[in-house]
Write a protein that binds this ligand. Structure first.
Ligand code: ACO
Length: 339
């Protein structure tokens, strides 16, 4: 039998962009609705405000702004894109919002679809898109992480509503030669047996269709979360997967330029940084302003730090996403930026 082997190419992150809703709600404003206050929220989470999508905004619209900004930075024409991957758990259309995004962008050649992995969604989508590029099947991909959890939060539940906000972030990913590869390693995990600590479950709404039959109509309950279990999961699993990734890629923590974690809670960021003795100055955080924007947090933070020139071409970033599913993952990235 003839031996077959695939030579994998590399992928480069050559552009990024982001967008957040205009409406900003501070902790004090939230305290006018539920029994909470700025001091409790900031000390337990690090969050001071969140941006919430308004009646004239949509997830597709925010994703479009983020994607258009990433395209501009990369210097790409939309007709040159082969793949649009939209990581979201909260599409405008349950059948998927990526095709609408493709149409608005005018990316006629691109195949576009949604990927659902909650707060791990962007990382999972980045790795998924990279597989199409590294095998040579495609050359250019736009990976977007976007969520509008505000639509699905119980705004009268102070234990969860203080945590979340809306946003979108995007990355332009291009096939390169193996020596220019910017996705140096990754690990992805799921554990559905622990999924019940964070859900957005269906409502039980039975309808009798015809005599002797019943059927369940669609509809979802607000987000349900066991905060302490989610916290324990994050501070246990994120250091473990990062440790494993660093070992697999033969990377020392001190050689990292940045730690770019899912922005869920400042205490989680601090605990992970402590575990690897990574100084605070290398830990990217913008959750004070945006809260937890689910699939959007990582590309939103990446874009902010690229725009203000904290992240520079060639720098090494350890990233980890984690959340509902339960799902979690880590990736070692070298930011390239536009040519
Ligand atoms: N304001 C004031 N008091 C509050 C609030 C609030 N917003 N929320 C809860 N409390 C009260 C509780 O009622 C409780 O009072 P009690 O002792 O009188 O009963 C007290 O504060 C302590 O509540 P805990 O739930 O034990 O508070 P904890 O210290 O665990 O903090 C938090 C809660 C911030 C949610 C924390 O558990 C956490 O960050 N967990 C991780 C959650 C998370 O990150 N989820 C999303 C990640 S996955 C994804 O991104 C989708």
């Amino acid at each position: 039998m003839a031996e077959t082997s695939i030579t994998l190419g590399g992928v480069a992150l050559v552009g990024c962009g982001s967008a957040t809703p205009a409406q900003r709600i501070s902790n004090d404003q939230l305290g006018q609705r539920v029994d909470t206050n700025d001091s409790w929220i900031r000390s337990r989470t690090g969050i001071s405000a969140r941006h919430v999508i308004g009646p004239d905004e949509t997830l597709t619209g925010l994703s479009h702004q983020a994607a258009a900004n990433a395209l501009r930075m990369a210097g790409w024409e939309s007709e040159s894109i082969d793949l649009i991957l939209l990581a979201t758990s909260t599409p405008d259309d349950l059948f998927g919002s990526a095709p609408q995004l493709q149409a608005i962008l005018g990316a006629q050649k691109a195949v576009a679809f949604d990927l659902t992995a909650a707060c791990s969604g962007f990382l999972f989508a980045l790795v998924t898109a990279a597989q199409f590029l590294r095998t040579g099947a495609m050359r250019r991909a736009l990976v977007i992480g976007a969520d509008q959890l505000s639509r699905w939060v119980d705004w009268d539940d102070r234990r969860s509503c203080v945590l979340f906000g809306d946003g979108a972030g995007a990355v332009a990913l291009e096939a390169t030669s193996p020596d220019q590869n910017g996705l140096l390693g990754f690990q992805l995990k799921s554990d559905g047996s622990r999924g019940d600590c964070l859900n957005l479950p269906q409502v039980q709404n039975y309808l009798s269709l015809v005599a002797g039959n019943s059927h369940q109509q669609g509809g979802f309950k607000p987000i349900q979360m066991n905060g302490q279990e989610v916290y324990k999961f994050a501070v246990r699993e994120v250091p473990t997967i990062l440790q494993s990734l660093l070992k697999a890629t033969n990377t020392k923590p001190e050689s990292l330029d940045w730690l770019l974690l899912h922005q869920a809670n400042q205490r989680i960021l601090d605990a992970v940084a402590d575990r690897f003795a990574i100084p605070q100055a290398k830990v990217l955080s913008n959750l004070a302003e945006y809260g937890n924007t689910s699939a959007a947090t990582i590309p939103l933070m990446l874009d902010e730090a690229v725009q203000d020139e904290r992240i520079k071409p060639g720098q090494l970033i350890a990233s980890s996403g984690f959340g509902a599913g339960l799902s979690w993952g880590a990736a070692l990235i070298r930011w390239q930026g536009p040519a």
